[in-house]
Design a protein around this ligand. Sequence first.
Ligand code: NOJ
Length: 520
Amino acid sequence: MAASWLKHAVFYEIYPQTFYDTNADGIGDLQGIIEKLPYVKSLGCNAIWMNPCFDSPFKDGGYDVRNYYKVAERYGTNDDLVRLFDEAHKLGLKILLDLVPGHTSEEHEWFQASKQIEKNEYSSRYIWTKSVFEGAQPLPFIAGEAERNGCYVLNYFKCQPALNYGFYQPTESWQEGVDGPNAVKTRQAMADVIRFWLEKGADGFRVDMADSLVKLDGPNKEGTVHVWQEILGPIHEEYPEAAFVSEWNNPSQALRAGFDMDFFLEWRGNGYSTMMRDFDETPDGEVISPNGGYFAKHSGSDVSRFLADYMPKYEDTKDLGLYCLITCNHDMLRPTAGLSEDELRLAYAWIYTMPGAPFLYFGDELALRQRLLKTKEGSYRRTGARAPMQWNAGKNKGFSDTDGELYLPVDDDPNAHTVEAQEKDPGSMLNFVRSLIALRQANPDLGNYSPFEVYSAEEGSRVFAYKRGELLVAMNPGVEAEELMLDGAYESIFALGVNVVRDGKLTLGAQGFVVLRPIA
Ligand code: NOJ
């Protein structure tokens, strides 16, 4: 049984470096998040996922953890984090931390010990070959960096050696099976980290690269699924109200592994990208072709590519947990990179009327623009979506009071969106997002676990319509009016654009969106 609060969970993702700086060092901090909790709540969100906040040399934005048990100094102290849990709970908000189980920083003390020639407790905490002249192909590895004679396997960047959770089918003497003694010790160590923070008041974790623990895994990631079952099974029993969302992008595997939720992430050509981000970009994240995605008004696209990807996974897992849509995350381009604000409204209306727990990336509620910025702490093409939050028109857009350097530069466009300006404008994106979340929360049929069924998605048609319980949701992102036959009498409870229900037929105007309720 998943945590009961997931039924109504609506998430807000916070990248702590750039959310709100309260000590004027140019970097966001935990106190800043605490001070902005009422803002998060005002959106209608009731849960937060915060990117890693642990001690780190920050060669990958904190996804290179040096100490899982210590908050990074730039953010505050462990006590501040506990205060964040407490203050959030007082407002009815949940906090998910970010767990990075697959690798540590090369500066982690486990790795420092593992590198030693002398055998010690951590010698097999990471994956080492027998000799520096024997590589770990096809896995990425480093040779010649340690006195210890062997190569070590990497999980991501060079600074992130892979922890040893074993191999699905070991073929070399230096490889251990998933239930080998050292692999079991690694997973116990990670379970200890999870328990430590749950005991302190965390409500769960977003889990980084959750699918890649076991190396040279089976075709359905059987090894990694097994490892998570071993970790999460007991933890779910001990902490029934803790929630776990995986960065896996395959709910059929992730939810069977014991996660409560999995993300529908984006890569070029997959179902998610065909909705919002179907364009080419440079390696630095600059968009260089028109957006062919469904929500681009002139794209002419239908939802067939999305449904071909989404539906089998949704159908397979709808009784197991949540398959979650996101506006964006800290690894992607902001949705404004490819969509104008009117297009974005439809895309958000879609996200907030679909099943799964919706995730809003900080600043997307303002339609912050995608920036083109120099890399910072290993961000590369991801930098442009990690720029500071824009609170008001004042100094540093209200992000920080420093006269010195900011973590990343604020948008110096005097017309750049801010919370302050959008609060005052009833027609702003901010208030539109609020109205969508309120709509979702007021209608249990739009809930995270409530049924979803495609009503109309004809090939070549711009119309996409689906039932959520009794409700009928229909949209037309194009510029020509479109018609849809209705299966009964309905009234509109939410609309964008000009739409008409008459004689058993719905006419969706240009960029029309409607939520219809049956008339009893
Ligand atoms: C996925 C995270 O979201 C990303 O930011 C990070 O760089 C990699 N995993 C490596 O941990």
